[in-house]
Ligand binder design. Sequence first.
Ligand SMILES: Nc1ncnc2c1ncn2[C@@H]1O[C@H](COP(=O)(O)OP(=O)(O)O)[C@@H](O)[C@H]1O
Ligand SMILES: [Mg+2]
Length: 307
Amino acid sequence: MKTYRDIAGDGGSDIAGQVVEQTRRLSVRLSSIQHAVAVMSGKGGVGKSAVSVNLAVALAAAGCRVGLLDADINGPSVAKMTGVHGQRPTILPEGVVPVSGPAGLKVMSMDLFLASDDSPVEWQGPSSEAYVWRQTMEMTAVREFLSDTLWGDLDYLVLDLPPGTDRLPNLSGLLPKLDGCVAVTLPSEISQFVVQKSIQAARTPGVRLLGLIENMSGYLCPGCQGLQPLFPSGRVEALAARQGIPYLGRIPFDPRFSEAMDRGCPVVLGKPDSPVSAAFISIAASLRNILAHRTSPPPSSHRGVSS
Ligand SMILES: Nc1ncnc2c1ncn2[C@@H]1O[C@H](COP(=O)(O)OP(=O)(O)O)[C@@H](O)[C@H]1O
Ligand SMILES: [Mg+2]
């Protein structure tokens, strides 16, 4: 069996031609998208997907045309959180029609193509250099999702990134139209330790750090409705100030929010008056404002749910 090292030229596959064609399709598809924003963290389990979903729904509920791309190819969760898990996108000769989610959100995720609930995404590749190989395949899959999806006219495309500090730099190479990224962190020192690395890694030319979101800030008691301390407060605002990026707001930990996500019911629609919804609506409004203006608001401004 030949490896890529044994093949002279492109082995007759016209790889160069395929890349040129895909790059052309990518720029055509993205030309109808006003703003592309990635949600990143570096750390897993901090709420990137929950934040991506609820921010996208908050924007859609405000009347914007919004697409949501699950760029976490190996651990896709956006389809389940938006309640479209089990649906299949329609495949047309000119591209793939994204699935319609809450508030008219256009959703695309690897999950929508998997055979069953427990099917993992499997990659064929050599066992040596497997990590690099897999990352290349993941990025290729994201590029295909971007270029083959019939997004139509969008005001915002939200991209939910997988964990890993190098995700944003990889994505920005692939998506020149990326307006910027928002980072999500827990108030814990461990989370911030990792998140600040991804903030540094994201400082690449042309990518704006649109802001930092504090998730699981305080515990919202379902009984008394009071906000109990969960972590020491003020640390994430201090991190945003140190990094010179806007502090977009804080979202409390609410067990009902997590249950709603499990059921595929974004709280912004299901419980628009809850403190979690208020936080997302406020953060979405700040983000729109930042994207609409060239200059960012002063770092570390106080928004979201007050503790
Ligand atoms: N503020 C919150 N309150 C309650 N549960 C939350 C909150 N943020 C996230 N979760 C839950 O925590 C889990 C991990 O969140 P997820 O968005 O999947 O993290 P990530 O994408 O960063 O790995 C999910 O079950 C999600 O519903
Ligand atoms: Mg996720």
